[in-house]
Each structure stands twice: as C-alpha cells, then as structure tokens.
Design a protein around this ligand. Sequence first.
Ligand SMILES: [Zn+2]
Length: 314
Amino acid sequence: MQPPTRYEKLPVTTLASGEELFIPLHRLEGAGSGPTLGLSAVVHGDEPLPNEVVRRVLTEIEPAQLRGTILAVPVVNGLAFQNLSRHTPIDMLDLNRNFPGDPGGWLSEQIAHVLTTRFVSQLDVHVDLHSGGVFPTVDYVYVFDETRELSLAFGSDLLYQPTRPYQGTFAVPAREKGIPFFTAELGGGSLLDARYIEQGLRGVTNVLKQLGMLDGEVVRPARQTIVNEMAVIRPRHGGVLYPEVGLDQLGRVVVGGTLLGRVVSPYTFETLEEIRAPFARGYMILLRGAITRVNPGDYAYMVANAEGARTAEP
Ligand SMILES: [Zn+2]
C-alpha cells in the first residue's frame, strides 16, 4: 500500500486543540534527471478520490523508469478532509480561492502561503486533481493556451477553456512562477470510483510521457472537445434530488429542456423544482447518479454549451 517515497511534513501552525497542522509531502525521485512534476489532491475536503489516484501514481510508477521527480501532496486541506467539507471548517473559507495566501491572514490563507512557498516553489509543472464531491460525478479538464498539450495529454474527452480563470486558485502561484498548471476534474459521488481512479492514473502517466519523464506514447481518445461556456446549475430549493438522467449520460450530448432531475420535498413529497438542461445542445459535465440530499445553491449539474465547442486536433 505504501509508496517508496521520501515523506515529510511541512509545518503550517499549531491549532487551538494543541495539534500541529501540517501538509504531507511525498517525493518520488527517478533514476534519471528531469523536471519536477507536482501533484496535489483534496484541496477541497469532500473530494477524496484523487487521493487514491496520487497513491496509485506513487506506487505504480517505477523510479528506475522515471526521469525527474514527482512531488505530491495527497491531502492539501486535512481539516476540510476531516470534515468532508469543501471549505476549511475553522474559517469557513474555500482554500482554493485564497492563493497565493498570506502568512498573516485567515487560516486558509496561511495554509495557501505554505503551499505556495514550500511546494509550488519546487515545481516545474503542477497538476491539481479534483472530483465532483460527495454526491456529484464530474469529468473534464481545464485547458489554457500555455498548457494546451499537457491538458490534452491527460486524455479526457471534454476540456474547458474559460475566458477568465477563477481568482485565487492553485493556478495563481503557478502563474506567478511561470510554470505550466492545469486542473483535472474526475469522478466523485462514489458510483464510478474504479473507472475514475484508472482514468486519473492513466492521465498522470500520460502527462509524465508528454513531459519526457517516462518513455512511451501518450494515449489520447480519438476525439477531444474543447468547450468555452459552462453552466453550473444550482437548485433554488433544498430537499431530495431525484435524478432523471443516469451516469451513463456523462460526457454525452443533452438537448435543451431535457429534464435532468427533480427536487422533491422529503416532507410532503411534492416536487419543488424541475431542473432542465440549458443550451440548445450541451454536454453533460457533472451530474448526480443517485437520489441525494441537495441544499439550495449546491452543485447539482454542470452542462457545457456545444455551440462554439471545437474539436482539438490530434
Ligand atoms: Zn474541487
């Protein structure tokens, strides 16, 4: 189970409980020389699947075959992970909106500062792994012009090129340092864990090959689509979400107006809200595969606009 890495703890602070808060860091050194790839997971505490992707990468990559170093933080936000929550429980902030951080700021900013100065500072390339959370399942990768080939190499069918990147994400210290960075969103919701762990392992292996850190051909799907517009569909009512489309629809085309799910009151059993697909033609990016509790404003669905989407050249 345990990978053959050098393990260290990057100290962050002392908590009021007296416990030491630290960031776990694994170093897998290859036999040959090459760049340092950073891998990070669980910056959002409700996304445990990428933690297993990191473990698999560190366990299955043969150091004798590797040129360069993999530096991996398997749990970026341990407090949020303990709580299985997106936000840091102590200050209720989203760590992934507080980069590059501040040593004198909120706790999340202090954590971000340690990551910026002690982790990203050591990297030549950085890939941040996310998933859909406790209930939703997601499948796409971010792409920017500067990191296009690396994002494509990860091998996801759908890629999202936002017009403006989110402020305060892990992308910030990478951009300041001038190193390639992208975020991969895969799995979540538990139902397809095995598939997405394999997809994550294959994706990171492809990135290592693209960087010349491993020998071998990058295996990409026959068709990869880049979208520019994404709708996050957040319910206006809380209750129980009954899915009307299955997980098999992930990545597929969805026609505008299609009923995606219904929010039902668990008390009266009346339908409070019908959630329908936006855009005349869209791609299902995130959905919930089972009956789940939903809060108003949660991530319920994500649909990308197929209009304006383009196929990436092989
Ligand atoms: Zn996330």
